[in-house]
Design a protein around this ligand. Structure first.
Ligand code: MLT
Length: 408
């Protein structure tokens, strides 16, 4: 019999969002009359901006003709998109990222799960608690941890608790770590890291020769002009950080799939021998072996996000969802809830009422208000006592959900 990778058996429960989907579906079967409003998983609900959809349609038409047909895309992406990303995502903010340091992919989720593969199995990994579960589970699957304890924490991982007391800003580890996952704007707390916060981490990584995997999938939601959009706004970050971005939440691409990861050429990894190796070339080798790239129509759609019409439409989408977040924060606060996040992120991190834990409040919201949330405990033990609400919903559904929550 083929033996399996027993590291998978260490995983605590099902992946968080399918588990929420399962509970919601069970409730819907037993309560067919309930008009359920989904504010759990951060899945967008509005249509793809017209200029972006038109660019994809035109690209599909090109594929229908021999003279304009495109086969396998270039491994990292087409130049038209890589150049646009370098200019509009980074150059416009005074950040140097070269087009050939950008690797397109089908999602920041996949990249954040796959990046650990290019590091040695005995590397010490630091994660925030609460955390986007993919960073943790992918390291468990790879065999970088022992078993989980009763609170769900895996032996061998270094947890950085992000609590109301520290403003949800991850504290530096007490000792040495090799790999650090940071996410700002944060999923799930909605907190953002200031320039000073990020500079502390870049200094730490340079001192410890560690690598930061920086997830900036929600950077478009930053309102505060002082908050950095890229870790490369911090001096020295190019030597220690990989950054991930996505079109999922900005251009409505959760179903279309397109994201990118920046691996600067300066970034090196050590070997047990005597030479350091470029992580850029290692990631290139990994991606070109295991991945065949983003389809031509999707890349054309992503590039259309940078035209004047496309970028205005993307900005409108982001502003729409942030309008929801502002309304949710105001109304829930007025209803007596303690609410964090929602100012520079599409997620609100809400303290559960006294005496109710995360899954308990998830159940109350589902059963009494027919609103789906995400229990904070699903993101780690420091998430216990919170639920997360996503602002990715239609405005009338948000208003209805708020009214029902007020009635609880
Ligand atoms: C979330 O709800 O945390 C995200 O939508 C999940 C993801 O982006 O994979």
């Amino acid at each position: 019999m083929a033996l399996l990778n027993e590291n998978y058996l260490k995983l605590k429960a099902g992946y968080l969002f399918p588990e929420i989907g399962r509970r919601t579906a069970n409730f819907a079967v037993s309560h067919p009359e309930a008009a359920i409003i989904k504010m759990g998983i951060g899945d967008v609900v509005r249509g793809i901006p017209r200029p972006v959809a038109d660019a994809m349609k035109d690209a599909c038409e090109e594929l229908a003709h021999d003279e304009s047909f495109h086969g396998y895309p270039p491994a990292q992406g087409y130049d038209f998109l890589l150049d646009a990303i370098a200019e509009h995502e980074f150059g416009s903010r005074g950040v140097t990222v070269a087009a050939d340091e950008i690797f397109l992919s089908d999602g920041a989720k996949c990249d954040s799960a796959n990046l650990q593969e290019i590091f040695a199995i005995d590397q010490i990994v630091a994660l925030t608690d609460p955390v986007y579960p993919v960073y943790c589970d992918s390291n468990v699957m790879a065999g970088r941890t022992g078993d989980a304890d009763s609170s769900g924490r895996y032996a061998g991982l270094v947890y950085l608790p992000c609590t109301a007391d520290n403003g949800f800003s991850p504290p530096l580890p007490e000792g040495h770590v090799d790999l650090i996952y940071l996410c700002s704007p944060n999923n799930p707390t909605g907190a953002v890291m200031s320039k000073q916060d990020l500079a502390r981490w870049v200094d730490y990584a340079r001192r410890e020769k560690a690598v930061i995997i920086f997830d900036a999938a929600y950077e478009a939601y930053i309102n505060d002009a002082e908050i950095p959009h890229s870790i490369y706004e911090i001096d020295g970050a190019r030597e220690v950080a990989i950054e991930m971005r996505s079109y999922s939440k900005t251009a409505g691409f959760t179903g279309v799939r397109c994201a990118f990861t920046v691996v600067p050429k300066e970034l090196l990894g050590g070997t047990r021998g005597d030479g350091d190796v470029s992580l850029h070339s290692l990631w290139n080798r990994r991606q070109s072996t295991k991945y065949n790239g983003v389809s031509y129509p999707v890349q054309r759609g992503a590039a259309a996000c940078y035209t004047p019409e496309g970028s205005a439409a993307v900005r409108d989408l982001v502003e729409f969802y942030m309008g929801n977040a502002a309304l949710m924060k105001t109304e829930l606060t007025a209803a007596g809830y303690t609410v964090f996040g929602g100012d520079n992120a599409p997620y609100l991190w809400i303290v559960c009422p006294p005496g109710i834990d995360s899954w308990g409040f998830f159940d109350v919201l589902l059963q009494k208000a027919n609103v789906v949330s995400t229990p904070g405990a699903g993101f780690g033990s420091a998430g216990e006592g919170y639920v997360r609400l996503s602002a990715f919903q239609q405005r009338d559904r948000v208003e209805e959900a708020l009214e029902r929550i007020r009635q609880l």
